[in-house]
Design a protein around this ligand. Structure first.
Ligand code: FEO
Ligand code: CA
Ligand code: CA
Ligand code: CA
Length: 661
């Protein structure tokens, strides 16, 4: 893995995914032909899919209509006029709404933060400024307020070709990035992690409170503590940390969550990209790392920091891939990596209190053919005693989902000593089960999914929405992943047994298969009220708001893939309107949509516009590679002396009131 030293091509999350090839799941759990055969005879299955095709082809007149022509869907919970889908340099929000940029990469977060100077960035200045590639956005109310709170934001990764001047050459239409020096690597590390910042709405507009006492930047170097069953295990010990309990930093924090006790949850996703070098011959972690795609070498950090070089610190990758919990009420608190919630490419960490008071976390492992998980705390949530909840996440049961062909599903416990999770299969303790969560789930014959992203519970209905973003490597369908070559993804709806989020059984169905409903071959199943603007591909994040309305944001729509940018979509789940989708907000070219996070009063939605200008070759308005000196958009400043800047946007209704209603 030395190509990166000589200069490497542009890093994108999509590149990391491609690097994974067919996915990393070696089991044949994916071979669920038997299950399909049991549910549908082959002929029925074909007839079924042809019937769906015929419906898509003949009864979707709305799919050809524009927003203006379309009327409100029957019984829809949403009443806004949708945005026209398309591609351009800026963002668009539904008529009657404001979308104001609140925080941009480089914005100061403290009274002493240096002014953003993209041509003279330093690790020190970046560590006092808003980081790069905002993904998860959470809001923790102060005194219950919807107009004053702590905003928490993940900074998932860095796009060097968009961030740094003078490092790109274009060869044969491909962007090549010059090898990094230590300063650049250290800026990248400071641009990762998270931001915790006080915000306040004044005169109807959100403002950053720069002197907020609890404002904080978390980076790839912030000291953290490993907690839970895997903490202090041999496999987590390194030269710098012989205790196996102290780790520096968090990386690739994609989505996340906020707990009922007001802590910030950061999910470590594609951690494999940050490691390079080779494991010593015959090292015990070889099989483990193979299952996670470690090392991938997308970043050059290991050239300057031994801990990211496997030949020097072979255990370091076991210290990433966890869920991290941060106490936002103490800027000096040590964030905790909660090993009880498993180690995989954690997409998000939406959570909810079950009727018996247990806290249930829904967790996706974003890789082709990987799994859907949930974690149920052993203890119960105490709404009257914040301190009593602070270590709830150290004890509980991690489950992985198995979806049956008959529409039932089961949550299988990943518990040491149960079933195949024994010494015979190389597991000596719960720590081993957690460090190799994927292999443990393989042995339990969990259902391999089409890249599980966010998973959102609906507290009113007991249902849970699973975003499955896509999987073009799928050659055999299974019931819960019914399309081979699944380019556009789908959403699975789980109904937990008895509406109890802590249940170990449930039923499931598919809410929608995504893609363009006017193209029969795609097999999309949006409702017939969905217009040509309202459909989407590649569902990624989701939120079920306080009114039980599902919002879905997307990652991967592009001029080439779907003739549109990513956006935020309102999706009906009930009654005649079920499966109807409407476009509420769309991002500039090259960007992905993250969020939304509604405030409790639903009067503000915070969304994150991630990696704008990362792409543009396939857009007729640009048509060439995009990089610092030649960007497909300079959103949001549109100044010649300012690069494109990933930013958090606050959406409000003109004149106030609930969003989308
Ligand atoms: Fe960071 Fe699963 O997207
Ligand atoms: Ca992302
Ligand atoms: Ca995403
Ligand atoms: Ca994604």
């Amino acid at each position: 893995m030395n190509e990166h030293v000589a200069g490497r091509t542009v890093f994108r999350t999509s590149k990391l995914e491609e690097a994974d090839g067919d996915g990393l799941n070696p089991t044949n759990n994916r071979t669920m032909g038997e299950i399909i055969a049991a549910r549908f005879s082959r002929r029925d299955f074909l007839r079924g899919s042809m019937a769906a095709t015929a419906i898509a082809a003949t009864v979707s007149p709305m799919a050809l209509m524009s927003a203006e022509e379309a009327k409100a869907a029957t019984g829809s919970k949403f009443t806004f006029t949708e945005v026209e889908a398309g591609v351009d340099e800026t963002h668009h929000v539904a008529e009657g709404y404001d979308a104001d940029v609140l925080l941009r990469w480089g914005d100061g977060l403290f009274p002493d933060s240096p002014e953003f100077d993209p041509t003279n960035q330093t690790p020190e200045s970046q560590a006092r400024q808003f980081g790069y590639n905002n993904d998860y956005v959470g809001y923790i109310p102060i005194d219950g307020s919807s107009e004053h709170g702590m905003l928490v934001v993940n900074h998932e990764y860095t796009n060097e070709h968009l961030m740094f001047p003078g490092i790109v050459t274009v060869k044969d239409g491909e962007v090549e990035i010059a090898p990094a020096d230590q300063k650049r690597v250290d800026i990248e590390m400071a641009a990762h992690g998270g931001t915790i910042v006080e915000i306040r709405k004044e005169g109807g507009k959100w403002q950053v409170v720069r002197d907020g006492a609890n404002n904080r930047r978390i980076t790839a170097n912030t000291e953290m503590e490993l907690r839970g069953p895997a903490a202090a295990h041999e496999r987590l010990k390194t030269t710098a940390d012989p205790s196996g309990t102290k780790v520096l930093g968090t990386i690739n924090n994609c989505a996340g969550g906020v707990t009922p006790w007001g802590t910030y949850i950061m999910a470590e996703e594609n951690f494999h990209g940050y490691f390079l070098g080779e494991l010593p011959e015959g090292h015990r972690e070889a099989q483990n790392y193979e299952r996670y795609g470690v090392p991938d070498g997308s970043y050059e950090w290991g050239r300057f920091h031994d801990r990211f070089d496997l030949s020097k610190e072979p255990n370091e990758p076991n210290r990433f891939g966890w869920i991290v919990e941060v106490d936002v009420e103490d800027p000096n608190s040590v964030p905790k990596k909660r090993t009880a919630l498993g180690r995989f490419k954690h997409e998000g960490a939406d959570n909810i209190v079950s009727r018996d008071g247990h806290v249930v976390f829904y967790l996706g492992d974003d890789e082709r053919f990987d799994y859907v998980y949930k974690f149920v705390t052993a203890g119960t949530y105490n709404p009257d005693d914040r301190a009593a909840n602070m270590d709830l996440l150290d004890e509980g049961t991690l489950y992985v989902a198995k979806f049956e062909e008959d529409g039932t599903m089961e949550w299988l416990p990943l518990t040491f000593g149960e079933g195949p999770l024994t010494a015979e299969n190389g597991f000596e303790s719960q720590a081993d089960v957690l460090i190799e969560t994927r292999r443990a789930a393989d042995l339990l014959e969990a259902t391999p999914m089409d890249r599980p992203e966010d998973i959102g519970p609906d507290g009113e209905t007991g249902r849970v929405y699973v975003m499955l973003t896509n999987n073009t490597k799928r050659t055999e369908a299974n019931a819960a992943n019914p399309r081979v070559d699944n380019a556009f993804g789908h959403i699975v709806e789980i109904a937990e047994e008895g509406g109890d989020f802590a249940a170990t059984k449930g039923t499931w169905e598919i809410l929608v298969k995504c893609g363009d409903p006017s193209i029969a071959e795609v097999g999309a199943t949006f409702s017939t009220e969905t217009t040509k603007n309202g459909w989407f591909g590649m569902p990624d994040n989701c939120a079920i708001d306080a009114d039980g309305r599902l919002w879905v944001s997307t990652d991967g729509n592009s001029p080439k893939a779907t003739g549109r940018t990513d956006g935020l979509f309102a999706v009906d789940t009930e009654g005649d309107a079920r499966g109807t989708s409407k476009l509420f907000f769309r991002v500039p070219v090259g960007a992905e949509m993250c969020g939304p996070l509604p405030t409790p009063d639903l009067a503000t939605f915070f969304v994150a516009v991630q990696h704008p200008a990362d792409g543009g070759e396939d857009w007729e308005g640009f048509g060439r590679p995009s990089y610092y000196e030649d960007l497909s958009t300079r959103w949001p400043d549109f100044r010649d002396d300012m690069p494109v800047r990933p930013s958090v946007v606050a959406i409000t209704k003109q004149g106030g009131g609930k969003i989308g209603a």
